[in-house]
Design a protein around this ligand. Structure first.
Ligand code: AHR
Length: 874
């Protein structure tokens, strides 16, 4: 029964009595009319109100007009000093209070208000709920999974139903502090809302309100038919309403006034610098991010080295009455690095027949219109096989999209290359294959050996052995200042033997043996090797940040101190390869590889995530590398990956893979970091929500986190998101910044956050204060040359926020805010909204002009949005 809606219930309510009395006496027709209105659903006061001011006994009175007594249940239920009035309900994690009926219809509008304080903040703790059969009709609670206050509803009365939760912006309430919580269900708007301390935290769509018909519980919930989520602490002044309270009434219940949030920027206040190197990128070979990713090679297993016995990704092409077979042939290696070739045995040929080999690429071989592909291979033929060979890109149907001819092959290894150009009219396709075949009529009983078979599309900047243009362009658009490489786990390998052995990754590609990337489970040809990484950084105007192997691999092995010498020397050689004069041993090698000019290397990282090395050997391993590198290269900044006490550390690399609620509530993580200690590289981080690429909720967490990194970039001098890339056909890591398949690519909402904030910031941080918006993450920077202000605001809630923005003090010369500016906004309808390979631009930043600005103006920040306001100051 629902007092305030239904006068025929079993509960003899005070309203019943009033109504009956009024009807009986017929004394006040106006009053009767008014009560009928109330009875039909227009009550203004609460339909239940427990002040818990009794301070003794086992019941709590309902001070609303309905007299629904709450009974204390469990030996730990008692009384303690209250927040409102004399006392409050004290609970010990096993006790609660309950009213033997649902105090409100959860199938309709309702609001629940309560004060609560907690003695511990772990686990789910429910302040108010109404029992369904299996689950509660709603939970006004502290959530155990996110540590946030919430109003949560399930879509039906079932544990397997969908959960909808409006949550507080911040996590981890402080024990011993009173919080005012209000949950609102507004069925007209189709939303549930949560307020904390009078301030709207979240508003989310909820469209399946169902009526819970069990008891009303204070201090517990119900799940799987059981009483659960017991609260430890105190609850006071619980009020339940049969309507959706507006914000002003919620604020009044919380004892505040519903003031509009304000953001105040102090343009003449003290500033700190924004690190010019803050925004960077981190690349490692994961998710086919190099092979089948940014490394533009289109053929898979071009070197025949990916497997010892099976010619992976190669198949025989036999048509007509020709017969033949293929096999790996270790007896006829291409050279000492590529110790296997692909042998095509031609059993029989004849007129109209075709015999050859095909490669299926990385989930297909792409073909775009009017495009020239460069094919190359080494071949050697037995007697009886003279060619010619036809080289082609073909549709699965056999339709030839581009082809060329090698007139003849010789009896000894020789290299062949040719251009294949597609027609202007072909559609872009991905499911093609690359074919080398002969239609010679007289090749029966002969063999052809192939090695290092390669197909390249046009590359970024036309660089041979270069990068896939669309992916390189996406990186270029990020405007990153550095490139950290080559890993990550990929650097370390699962074992010492499968680490990134840089010396095997330089020189002509057909002399690179490749290695099994056992950190991420596939073969690397090492075509993307040390020189290519350095050139990539150079081409995109980035500083290389070279991570060197420091004697620790993923299986937990660490190289003991007395065997570390060769690894230290290897790192010295690697630095010399990158930076040495052409007269040095390794500088000369670099010159021979085509790059006489030394690279501009400033940072060397010693290992990766060595905090995982439980042996405690990192300090001494770092010391060995530090002593050797510092002696020869005193200007290099050395980056440590775990705590070091024995030697100086220039920069520490710290990694964070976290939830959006953690990121949204930890933007202040570095606010109190010592400014006299080493700088910080946040070399890997991501909000892990959405897959294969992050969704809008993750992007909001990322943006919040970035506001803190920008604000603290006098100490956090570099950051790089991880991982950067995912081939959507091979998701080895769940959440990755940029997705792609064989032909197309897209940026995630998190990608656009990186891009927006990298492109829209100044060089100094201005003090910025926020009021009446708890949990808002914001940062303001100014370009000291132009005077432009960049105010970044992250609204992670489902509520649009009208904010008064005030810029105090002046611009570069003390002047004010100019009348025009821009707002660049990344926004979505829901945190789960995202971009995908088939819907790549569902969420992209939009810039619009603003006018009528001055030193104080109002701006509305949409739900689930990241905004950068760019303001002119004179
Ligand atoms: O970025 C994915 C992995 O996360 C990296 O390889 C490793 O450094 C970290 O644990």
């Amino acid at each position: 029964m629902f007092p305030g809606r239904d006068l025929s219930g079993t509960a003899t309510t005070r309203r019943n009595r009033y109504l009956l009395a009024a009807l009986a006496t017929l004394a006040a027709l106006v009053a009767v009319a008014a009560l009928v209105v109330i009875a039909s659903g227009g009550s203004t006061g609460p339909v239940g109100h427990w002040t818990f001011d009794e301070d003794s006994g086992t019941t709590a009175a309902d001070s609303s007009e309905h007299d629904n007594l709450a009974t204390l249940v469990g030996s730990g239920a008692g009384w303690a000093a209250g927040k409102q009035g004399g006392s409050s309900l004290a609970l010990n994690g096993r006790s609660y209070a309950e009213i033997g009926m649902p105090i409100v219809n959860t199938g309709d509008d309702f609001s629940v208000s309560a004060w609560a304080t907690f003695t511990g903040t772990s686990g789910y703790q429910t302040v108010v709920s109404i029992d369904g059969d299996q689950v509660s009709g709603f939970y006004l609670q502290l959530r155990g999974d996110t540590g946030r206050f919430s109003l949560t509803r399930l879509s039906t009365d079932s544990t397997s139903a969908t959960t909808v939760t409006a949550q507080a912006v911040t996590t981890s309430p402080t024990t011993g502090t009173w919080y005012h919580l209000v949950g609102v269900q507004d069925t007209t708007a189709g939303r549930i809302l949560l307020y904390v301390n009078g301030i709207l935290q979240d508003s989310v769509p909820y469209t399946s309100p169902w009526r819970a018909s069990g008891k009303t519980a204070i201090g517990r919930g119900r799940y799987d038919g059981n009483r659960v989520d017991f609260l430890q602490g105190q609850i006071d002044d619980v009020q339940v309403f049969d309507r959706a309270l507006p914000a002003t009434e919620v604020a009044a219940l919380a004892g505040t006034t519903a003031t509009a949030p304000t953001i105040t920027v102090n343009a003449s206040g003290p500033t700190t610098r924004v690190s010019p190197t803050l925004f960077g990128t981190f690349f490692e070979e994961i998710n086919h991010s190099g092979e089948g990713g940014i490394y533009a090679e289109l053929l898979n297993n071009r070197s025949m080295m990916a497997d010892a016995t099976t010619p992976l990704h190669w198949s025989a092409v036999i048509s007509g009455r020709g017969t033949g077979s293929i096999a790996l042939d270790p007896g006829v290696p291409l050279n000492s690095a590529l110790t296997r070739s692909l042998r095509l045995d031609v059993t029989s040929t004849g007129p109209g027949n075709r015999v050859g080999v095909a490669n299926d690429g990385f989930w297909g071989v792409p073909a775009k219109p009017a495009t020239t592909y460069r094919a190359s291979f080494s071949a050697k033929a037995s007697s009886g096989f003279a060619g010619p060979l036809t080289v082609s890109i073909e549709r699965p149907t056999g339709q030839v999209l581009a082809s060329g001819t090698v007139p003849a092959v010789t009896r000894s290894w020789a290299q062949y290359s040719l251009s294949l150009t597609t027609g202007a009219q072909i559609p872009a396709t991905a499911d093609n294959r690359f074919v080398i075949a002969t239609t010679a009529k007289d090749a029966s009983g002969s063999s052809l050996w192939l090695g290092q078979v390669s197909l390249f599309p046009p590359t970024h900047g036309g660089r041979p052995n270069g990068l896939r243009p669309d992916l390189a362009q996406k990186l270029d658009d990020l405007g990153a200042s550095f490139l950290r490489f080559p890993g990550g786990n990929y650097l370390e390998g699962h074992t010492v033997d499968t680490r990134f052995t840089w010396k095997d990754t330089i020189g002509p590609v057909e002399t690179r043996p490749g290695h099994r990337n056992d950190a991420w489970g596939y073969w690397s040809t090492d075509g993307l090797g040390l020189l290519e990484y350095l050139q990539w950084a150079e081409d995109l105007g980035q500083q290389p940040l070279l991570a060197v192997y420091a004697g620790y691999s993923l299986n937990g092995t660490h190289v003991p101190a007395d065997q570390l010498g060769p690894y230290v020397q290897d790192a010295l050689d690697e630095i010399e390869y990158a930076t040495g004069a052409v007269t040095s041993t390794w500088g000369a090698k670099r010159a021979a590889d085509g790059h006489p000019q030394p690279f501009d290397l400033a940072y060397v990282e010693i290992g990766n995530e060595d905090w995982l090395d439980a042996s405690g050997s990192y300090d001494s391993r770092y010391a060995a590398f530090y002593d050797a590198i510092h002696a020869q290269y005193p200007d290099l900044e050395l980056i440590a990956t775990a705590e070091v006490t024995s030697r100086p550390v220039d920069v520490y690399d710290e990694h964070f893979y976290r939830s959006s609620s953690w990121m949204n509530s930890h933007a202040d993580y570095y606010d109190n970091r010592s400014r006299s200690g080493p700088e910080v590289l946040v070399g890997e981080w991501a909000t892990r929500e959405g897959s294969p690429t992050p969704n809008m909720g993750a992007a909001l967490g990322d943006a919040s986190w970035l506001t803190g990194l920008i604000r603290n970039s006098d100490v956090v001098t570099m950051e790089s998101y991880a991982p950067l890339f995912v081939n959507v056909h091979d998701v080895r890591w769940a959440v990755d910044l940029i997705g792609y398949d064989t032909t197309t690519s897209y940026g995630s909402p998190s990608y656009y956050v990186q891009r927006m904030l990298a492109q829209h910031h100044g060089n100094e941080v201005l003090p910025t204060e926020v009021s009446a918006w708890s949990g808002l993450n914001t940062v303001t920077t100014r370009d000291s040359t132009t005077g432009a202000l960049y105010l970044t605001v992250v609204n992670p809630t489902g509520v649009s926020r009208a904010v008064r923005v005030t810029v105090e003090g002046g611009g570069v010369d003390g002047g004010g805010v100019g009348p025009t500016g821009t707002a660049t906004v990344l926004a979505a309808g829901s945190p789960t909204d995202t971009n995908t390979i088939t819907d790549p631009t569902a969420i992209v930043p939009v810039t619009h002009a603003m006018s009528g600005l001055s030193g104080a103006f109002d701006h509305t920040f949409p739900p689930y949005s990241v905004t950068v306001l760019q303001l002119a100051t004179s």
